[in-house]
Design a protein around this ligand. Structure first.
Ligand code: PMP
Ligand code: GLU
Length: 402
């Protein structure tokens, strides 16, 4: 008798790509466990611990009995803190019924896509895009329509590109600012120009992923949902992972039109229920208290960004821009395609990352995972020493390629 095997998997899951960011992080861990000295610049995760006052708040919450189910859309206390934060930082007014807390912003995005997409509905995704957007849209039955910008336009799409991509099947637009993987930040003027195009169509929803909001070196975070014509059609996505170094806590949230928030609540109620009770309690403290630990982390990222730009710019064939947010660089390496060390050849960004992992022992992520084959992503959420060492190793290996 034969037992069922992987051929039993649904088409939906069989056709889903594995997350390239998580795969590279795992590959780095495995090689390290085998004794290789791997420097991992692959995962987008702050290298700081969650600030102490937030950890203390979680411990207290446990002792106070925050150990049970919470309402699916979140503890009232946390939702009030989110409401306050949206007003304070983003000029967004949400009723508590418009806020839904999830087990990470990733789940928030999945909730929204599952709530709004019918088979064949198109979602315009700005590329370079965060890996999971494409797969979540597909999984929910939607059709990703990618519009791309390259390094010469600071990886930001133009209103004309957006206009040309909109069809009668367009259901939503999805992008992040500050952007993963490029670090690009859309200014309010740029968002207004995009909004003008979007407002011409009554039925387009904007999914604005602002999870890197607090890592913005221009200090001028702009939320597209605060533009009057976008207010009733924008879902603003955010979470605790990046700005508060709380990746492992799994807490994300949205502010959305009420009908959509109710749908996300319903979906989540069948899949996972509410997020962890004591985590939500501590996250309320995080949002309401002094943000200086967040600002200190941002300062460290900005310093490292300068360091990494300076070092990478010295490498022949590497084109780097100066992104204003997040903790990534997305250098264009198309100039080195075709170079060989006599044994291996760098034909594309996948080859480059493979060679860097195997020969320089530096883990990066190929741009192909983010919809751009000319670039690679480097996360500078690592110590100065690690960054200096990683780039020096990369330079050494690359100098053998001609
Ligand atoms: N959006 C973007 C752009 C991200 O980089 C991440 C990081 N994983 C997420 C959403 C999801 O964040 P989380 O699920 O940790 O809240
Ligand atoms: N957002 C981070 C990244 O892009 C974390 C990993 C993930 O969830 O994809 O690396």
């Amino acid at each position: 008798m034969l037992a069922p095997t992987a051929h039993m998997l649904s088409h939906r899951v069989a056709s889903m790509a594995v997350s390239a960011t998580l795969r590279m992080a795992q590959k780095g861990r495995e090689l390290r466990a085998k004794g290789y000295d791997i420097i991992s610049l692959s995962l987008g995760e702050p290298d700081f611990d969650t600030p102490e006052h937030i950890r203390e708040a979680a411990k207290e919450a446990l002792d106070q009995g925050y150990t049970r189910y919470t309402p699916v859309s979140g503890l009232a206390e946390f939702k009030e803190a989110i409401q306050h934060k949206f007003k304070r930082d983003n000029n967004l007014d949400f009723d508590l019924k418009q806020i839904v807390v999830s087990n990470g912003a990733k789940q928030s995005i999945a909730n929204i896509c599952l709530s709004i997409l019918n088979p064949g509905d198109e979602v315009i995704i700005f590329a370079p895009y965060w890996v999971s957007y494409y797969e979540i849209v597909k999984f929910a039955g939607g059709v990703p329509i990618v519009i791309s910008a390259d390094i010469d336009s600071d990886f930001k799409v133009s209103p004309d590109q957006l206009k040309n991509a909109i069809t009668h099947k367009t259901k939503a637009i999805l992008f992040s600012s500050p952007c993963n993987p490029t670090g690009s930040v859309y200014t309010m003027e740029e968002l207004e120009a995009l909004a003008e195009i979007i407002a011409q169509d009554d039925d387009i929803i904007v999914m604005s992923d602002e999870i890197y909001e607090f890592i913005n070196f221009s200090d001028q975070h702009a939320s597209i949902g605060s533009i009057p014509s976008m207010k009733d059609r924008t879902v603003t996505i955010n979470g605790m992972s990046k700005g508060f170094a709380m990746t492992g806590w799994r807490l994300g949230y949205i502010g959305a039109p009420q009908w959509l928030a109710a749908a996300c609540d319903k979906v989540q109620g069948q899949f996972t229920s509410g997020a962890t009770a004591f985590g939500q309690k501590a996250a309320s403290i995080a949002l309401m208290s002094d943000l200086s630990p967040t600002h200190e982390m941002k300062k460290a990222f900005e310093r490292r960004k300068k360091l990494v730009i300076e070092l990478l710019s010295k490498i022949d064939g590497m084109k780097v821009n100066n992104p204003q947010g997040a903790f990534y660089l997305f250098p264009d390496i198309s100039e080195i395609f075709g170079r060989t060390n006599g044994k291996t050849i760098i034909d594309n960004a996948d080859d480059f990352c493979e060679i860097m992992l195997e020969q320089a022992h530096v883990a990066l992520v190929s741009g192909s995972a983010f919809g751009n084959k000319n670039c690679f992503r480097l996360s500078y959420a690592a110590s100065d020493d690690q960054l200096v060492e990683a780039i020096s190793r990369m330079q050494k290996i690359l100098s053998q390629y001609h």
